[in-house]
Design a protein around this ligand. Sequence first.
Ligand SMILES: Cc1cc2nc3c(=O)[nH]c(=O)nc-3n(C[C@H](O)[C@H](O)[C@H](O)COP(=O)(O)OP(=O)(O)OC[C@H]3O[C@@H](n4cnc5c(N)ncnc54)[C@H](O)[C@@H]3O)c2cc1C
Length: 433
Amino acid sequence: MASRSTGFNSGLDIGKSYYVATANPAPDHAALAGDVEADLVVVGGGCTGLSAALHAAERGLKVVLLEGGKIGWGASGRNGGQMIPGLRKGARGLVKTFGPERAKALFDLAFEARGLVLDIIERHAIDCDLRQTGHLVGAVNGSDMRDFEEEAECLAKVMKFTDVEILSAARARQMVDTPYQGAVFERLGGHMHPLNYTLGLARAASAAGVVIHENSVAVRLEREPSIRVFTDKGSIRARHVVLAGDALLKGLEPRVNSRIMPVGNYIAATEPLDGKADVIPANVAVSDTLFVVNYYRKSADGRLLFGGGERYTPSPPADIAGFVRPHMEKTFPQLKGCRIDHAWGGLVSVTTSRLPHVGHYGEVYFAHGYSGKGVILSTLSGKLLAEAITGDASRLDLFSTLTPLPFPGGTALRGPLYVLGMLWYAMRDRLRH
Ligand SMILES: Cc1cc2nc3c(=O)[nH]c(=O)nc-3n(C[C@H](O)[C@H](O)[C@H](O)COP(=O)(O)OP(=O)(O)OC[C@H]3O[C@@H](n4cnc5c(N)ncnc54)[C@H](O)[C@@H]3O)c2cc1C
């Protein structure tokens, strides 16, 4: 797998990622050639698209999936692998925006993602280094603790959810060897090898009858008289289309694109640290309370996989390892000078509300913009799309009400305006930390 390069989604050094180096063997899928017909055409071979395809095929539809590059080489196969139940917006934010009843319904639906992913992993025997060890959020600032307490109170009161624990600084230090002011521990979180999960999902989809084409970029979408998706070598006519290209979809459907902003995010994998430094004795997934969040975990072979630093320009830093290292060494000074074996980046698609953009325009269905919390949510969104396409839109409709506002400034200005906003928050991080 490591040697197979591809043009479309191969940017930001994905070929040098730890995940590609340790990917399970997977078949190549031939590019689309000629004109074919299906019930459903899915654009995008990440977890959203594969899950939509798998669940639609299980419900009897003839499904063809187009992936512009290789399966899993978008965000799904290069992310931090942190399985964090829920939405990016916290319980209090949901209650404030939607009121307690709808907030609870949204929370419960989003929470289903965890069970769904665990079930798929078990049912399809996906070997993806699953660790159900929990997720810890470390408080960088003392005031974060008050925030944690209020959030836990709202979770208990409104969502009837009590699987979180507030930890003192000393208790947090036993789990992660860095001096947080305290932490909140989400027992039902965990981590996994995201590329191997995505490849497993593709295997399950193929087995259910989905026809997958790699190196097949959808370049045009025709809506009338019926749905037809074109690549440069063929086309697929279908009754429905799912757009699951996330940050890479670009101009295929402008109404969808104006609501997400791609942000470059970078990860480094150290040399195996076993016997040298155990920086996460509890082997939990960890993130912190900075706006430009640091997130990290151990790999199955004892490396630290550390994500830190964002860039709001389209191009990656010349030296990704050198870009991530200061963030890692600030969190773990004990790792100063340790070897970094892999470094890569990906595009996180964020929305104005930090809630996903899910829904449909007629027979054009879409889901994207998980704002950095899509590892498990993407699989659920795909299932909700399949449910709606096969006749039950009730749960998709609930998620569709999340619709974030478009980014201000239109096509020309939304980038620069967003960058200004982000830089302000990044500066605030530096003042707080
Ligand atoms: C560096 C990084 C770290 C992250 N860490 C975490 C984390 O730890 N926890 C968490 O919950 N979330 C994390 N995320 C977010 C999470 O990875 C994403 O939300 C999720 O993977 C999105 O899945 P997807 O299937 O919607 O999109 P993708 O996985 O990006 O898949 C989209 C696919 O569509 C294809 N495509 C696009 N346009 C076309 C086209 N025109 N024709 C054909 N194919 C096309 C692309 O090639 C790509 O393969 C991270 C993201 C990144 C980038």
